[in-house]
Design a protein around this ligand. Structure first.
Ligand code: SF4
Length: 292
């Protein structure tokens, strides 16, 4: 772990990454790709120690209330967050300045901050975005070794459901010949239905591979599933999109189940939902400000 003083925090998509790199060890992680130019070992977490100051400067001066996203590049609930509490400080600011928050994570550490996410949701809106990709916990220990299992993530989702905090699940990536099974997809969908999720992001039944994450993924496949990386190379070469041979059948199951249970399920609908501030709450808070 090492510290830096960052110059800026929010991307043009209104998203922040407090940490760079990730200790969760998912073998398929796209953030390892060379194009992101992480110039330190991926597991050596870079900590933007001044993130709360940068965020407060933005929130103080921004007139329009917006949803602030986090977790698109690195999970904000790194093990070091337990002690550092930078994410918590950022959520306290979002709560105080009455902005919205959406958090992508795989970690049950998010439960520590459920009080703040609840408070934000009551004033404006917060969204828990939980990644579920491997229903089998034994397989999850191999594919996502340093973060809590899918069963535990489901328990976390149930706690958010109790507080009526909206949940969107990222059901991606699905790994060809490992997690692209009907059983895996149906079990994840069952977790989603039971936890009353608002939406599920699923681009297709597949994954992406490019320089940086491809080498790491193949190295891990060789360790745990001998012969599988050769199968990938033969079938996909250097393709960026790695689509499961079962894509069509599994997407049919996904689309029809989501439709049946009223779950939004196209990426566009999901992203629109996540990024939109609720009008009535927003107007109320603008009214509050102008009448002060
Ligand atoms: S939790 Fe996300 S950022 Fe971290 S290793 Fe897994 S996929 Fe990558």
């Amino acid at each position: 772990m090492h510290y830096i003083k960052a110059k800026s925090l929010l991307t043009k998509w209104k998203s922040m990454n407090i940490y760079r790199g990730c200790a969760h060890g998912c073998i398929y992680c796209d953030s390892r790709s060379e194009c992101y130019q992480i110039n330190h070992p991926f597991e050596d977490i870079e900590v933007k120690e001044n993130a709360p100051e940068l965020l407060e400067n933005i929130l103080k001066t921004k007139r329009n209330k917006i949803m602030i996203g986090t977790g698109s590049m690195s999970d904000p609930y790194q093990p070091c967050e337990k002690k550092l509490m930078i994410m918590r400080k950022c959520l306290e600011l979002i709560d105080r300045y009455e902005f919205g928050a959406s958090v992508i994570t795989k970690s049950d550490l998010v439960l520590r901050d459920i009080d703040l996410l609840d408070s934000i949701n009551q004033k404006t809106k917060s969204v828990l975005q939980m990644s579920l990709t491997v229903a089998d916990d034994k397989l999850s220990r191999i594919l996502e070794p340093n973060v809590c299992t899918t069963t535990r993530r489901y328990e976390v989702m149930k706690e958010f459901q109790k507080r009526n905090i909206p949940i969107v699940v990222w059901m991606t990536p699905l790994l060809p010949f490992l997690t692209d099974t009907e059983k895996n997809v149906r079990t994840i969908l069952e977790y989603c239905i039971d936890a009353g999720v608002k939406g599920i992001v699923c681009f297709n039944m597949g994954m992406t591979l490019r320089a940086g994450n491809r080498e790491y993924y193949y190295k891990e496949l060789d360790k745990h599933f001998p012969g599988l990386s050769r199968k990938y190379q033969k079938l996909y070469g250097n393709s960026y999109e790695i689509i499961s041979p079962k894509n069509e059948k599994l997407m049919d199951i996904f689309n029809s189940t989501c439709k049946k249970y009223g779950i939004i399920h196209t990426p566009n609908e999901c992203f629109q939902y996540i990024s939109q501030m609720p009008e009535n709450k927003n107007q109320l808070s603008l009214f509050d400000i102008t009448s002060r």
